[in-house]
Design a protein. Structure first.
Length: 128
């Protein structure tokens, strides 16, 4: 998973970095998927908020959506904004479709243990 650290301090710097990566990959005969590659504004506390029209503020990567989220701080029970991953909307819909097609509500003859054993492989896959 990508790290949540900043790689550039300005949009200009981020675009220059993207172009250098594109050039470096090209030196090895590799390319960048232009549809999937973009500069994303990583909002966090202490940095001015930008409009979504200026730069996107979230991206999907390996089934997760990375975006600003309000989190709880353990030390003093306070809250803060951070850039954190969670399941992507696309994956949520896919899992919901699978569960709908399984029609679990019609599995009334199964015990809870049998139901868990039947669903365990799928659940492990979704969690992984």
């Amino acid at each position: 998973m990508p790290t949540t650290s900043s790689h550039a301090s300005s949009e200009r710097e981020a675009k220059e970095l993207r172009d250098r990566i594109r050039q470096r990959l090209g030196d090895y005969g590799l390319g960048v998927n232009e549809e999937k590659t973009r500069v994303v504004y990583r909002w966090r506390a202490g940095r001015p908020q930008r409009s979504r029209d200026e730069l996107p503020q979230e991206f999907d990567f390996l089934g997760f959506t990375f975006k600003p989220r309000l989190k709880s701080r353990r030390s003093d029970k306070g809250r803060f904004w951070g850039f954190w991953p969670a399941i992507s909307r696309k994956n949520e819909r896919r899992i919901a479709d699978v569960l709908r097609k399984l029609a679990i509500t019609k599995w009334q003859g199964m015990t809870l243990r049998e139901l868990a054993k039947t669903l365990a492989p799928r659940t492990r896959g979704w969690i992984s």
